[in-house]
Every structure is written in C-alpha cells, then in structure tokens.
Design a protein. Sequence first.
Length: 124
Amino acid sequence: MISILMGKREARDVVVEMRGITKRFPGVLANNHIDFDLRAGEIHALLGENGVGKTTLMNILYGLYRPDEGEIYVRGRKVNIRSPKDAMDLGIGMVHQLFRLVSRHTVAENIALEKTYVEGIIPP
C-alpha cells in the first residue's frame, strides 16, 4: 500500500502520475507501459493474480526499483525517484506486504507508523 501525505489540496488535484511505466526482469515483462493517476483524497486498490506486476509498480513509485521506461510526476512536477528516501522526501510512503507489517496492529495503525516515520518523528 502506498500512502501520499498531502497538505490542503482539492480532491480533484492529481498528486501522482505514472506514465508509460515499463519494467523488465530477465525473461519477464513485469510492467508494460502502465499509466496510473492518484488524485488527492482517493484510495486505490491494485488487484490481480500473483506475478502480474502490482508490487513492482509500487516498488517503482517508492524507489526500490527504477523503471526501464516511463515518467513519474508528483504534484505536476517530473521527478526521478532513485531511492525510498527520495520517495519519502516527496511525501510518498509504503506499507509493504503482510510479512513486513506489525502483526498485532490494524492496517490503519501500520499506516500511521509509516506516516510517523515519513514526517520525521522517528528519524531515518
């Protein structure tokens, strides 16, 4: 799950755009020219079978992978996200798949933990 930390913005403002995102691994085309928009106030779920590229796409947005092709815009500005720190500096955080969550916490509590980290209450 990706969380975008926003200030006071209108619900129609696009905060994240991914355009033509392509990622290849040896023998696998994980993402093939994917477009994705996130507007302030929206919640998205990426659904699909295992191995269709959902996590790869989010790992690109969070800076764990670099796209082979495509562009990412945050609040209308083209960005080059090279690392999770770059993503966090842009207000992008990620709660990883289940094995990385704090199991006794709810989803909301896990997101709050990640948000606390991004906002700098817990130093990197």
